[in-house]
Structures are given as C-alpha cells and as structure tokens.
Design a binder for this molecule. Structure first.
Ligand SMILES: *Cc1c(COP(=O)(O)O)cnc(C)c1O
Length: 225
C-alpha cells in the first residue's frame, strides 16, 4: 500500500496550516507540522520524507525503535516526537530514540528521564502532557496540577520543560479545551503548545498551537489505533 501522492497531501495540509496561522493573528512565528506515522510502515513514511517532511510523531517506543533507526540512516534532519504514554522502564530507549518527548506526565517519569538523560548525555526536548478533559482512560497530569507540575519538573527534577501537550475529548468541540491549554501554557511559561489533530488542527492554531499532530489526514485511515 505505497502512498504515491505524499507530496500533494503534505502540500494540502501545509497550506491549511499556513492559512489558519495567518487568519487568527497575532500568529505564532511558525506552526510545526508533526506528521503522525504510527501504525504505518517505513515504506509508507518514505514518500513523506522524500517530499521534504522531517518532523514525525510516534506513540509507541517499540514501534518507533523498529521503524526509525533505519529511516534515520537514509535521511538527514529527522526530528522524532514521542506522543504516546511512556513507562519508566522504557525511559532509556525513549531518550535514545526521540528528539522530543511530549508525554511527561508524572514524577516517576520525570525522575527516570532525568537519570537517563544524565547517563547518556542526551537531552531530548520535553513537554508535559495535560489530561485537559480529565478523562480516566487518558494519560496526562490534571489541568489544576499542570502548572505546579511543570515548575516541579524544572526546579526539583532539573528538567527544562519547553511546553505542554494535550488530546482533548473526542466527540465534543475542542475549542474550549484548546483555550484552556493556552491559558495553562502561558501560566507555566511554556513556549511550545502541542495540540490539534487531523479533525481540529485549524481550531488549535486559532487558539495558539505551535505544533499540530496530524496523522490520518496525511497517511490515511489507520486500521489499528
Ligand atoms: C494518533 C494521534 C494523533 C493523530 O491523530 P489523527 O486524528 O490521525 O490526525 C495525534 N496525537 C496523538 C497523541 C495521537 O496518538
């Protein structure tokens, strides 16, 4: 199932991002497109790399470990984001593999990441995941605790938290959740705000997203979640 129109799909999404960025001023200097390649094979990803896309997101450490070292061997400048939940026993592999870890969401992970970063001398950029809809099945720190958690990561755990990330509840308008995230980002002194997916990335940009994570609008329907 090779994707033969990757460049065209990227063009469409990039121009929608650019239009949204200009429409809802004052625009962030740049909105980064994180192409979410989870569940898609390396062969499906290659056309997007050939078309110039370099920033990708994966939600599973094992899957990324199988897919990306090979791709990194063929393409320069790849920036890989972990956008799925992280277990502390995978912290070492995550630090080794990812350039940005978007899902720091509890003390135990903060401690594990700091230890591995010091050991490896590698510093992936870090975001704190906020469970903005307080959904029991979703990872993330509660919104009411998010600002204090970011501060603790910085002051107690010595982690340079750059921003925050969230996945709002499905099936309801995400605008209010994005607005709440923008408030939390400002209160936490976060410069990166990762929110918005295929269905709602323009709304997220309107609310100040600096990174949008787009999967199915680029790669097509996923059979597995
Ligand atoms: C799968 C996923 C996305 C992309 O979702 P689409 O609706 O396919 O664009 C974005 N963010 C996270 C955290 C995901 O797990």
């Amino acid at each position: 199932m090779a994707i033969d129109n990757a460049a065209e799909r990227l063009d469409i999404i990039r121009s929608r991002i650019e239009r949204a960025r200009r429409r809802f001023g004052p625009p962030p200097a740049r909105v980064e497109l994180v192409a979410v390649s989870k569940t898609f094979a390396a062969d499906d990803v290659r056309p997007f790399l050939d078309a110039g896309q370099r920033v990708f997101g994966e939600n599973r450490v094992q899957e990324a470990a199988a897919k990306w070292p090979g791709l990194r061997g063929s393409y320069d400048g790849i920036e890989l984001h972990l956008i799925g939940p992280l277990q502390s026993n995978k912290a070492k592999e995550a630090v080794a593999l990812f350039d940005v870890i978007e899902t720091v969401d509890r003390e135990k992970i903060a401690v594990a990441l700091k230890a591995e970063m010091d050991r490896m001398g590698k510093r992936p950029r870090l975001l704190v995941q906020v469970n903005i809809g307080l959904e029991p099945q979703k990872a993330g720190i509660a919104p009411a605790e998010a600002v204090a958690f970011v501060a603790r990561c910085r002051d107690v755990h010595g982690l340079a938290i750059e921003g925050v990330m969230a996945i709002p509840p499905e099936g309801v308008p995400s605008g209010p959740y994005f607005a709440h995230m923008a408030e939390l980002a400002a209160a936490a002194g976060a410069t990166t705000l990762s929110m918005g997916m295929s269905a709602d990335f323009e709304t997220a940009i309107a609310m100040g997203a600096t990174h949008v994570r787009v999967g199915s609008a680029l790669f097509g329907h996923r059979s597995a979640p």
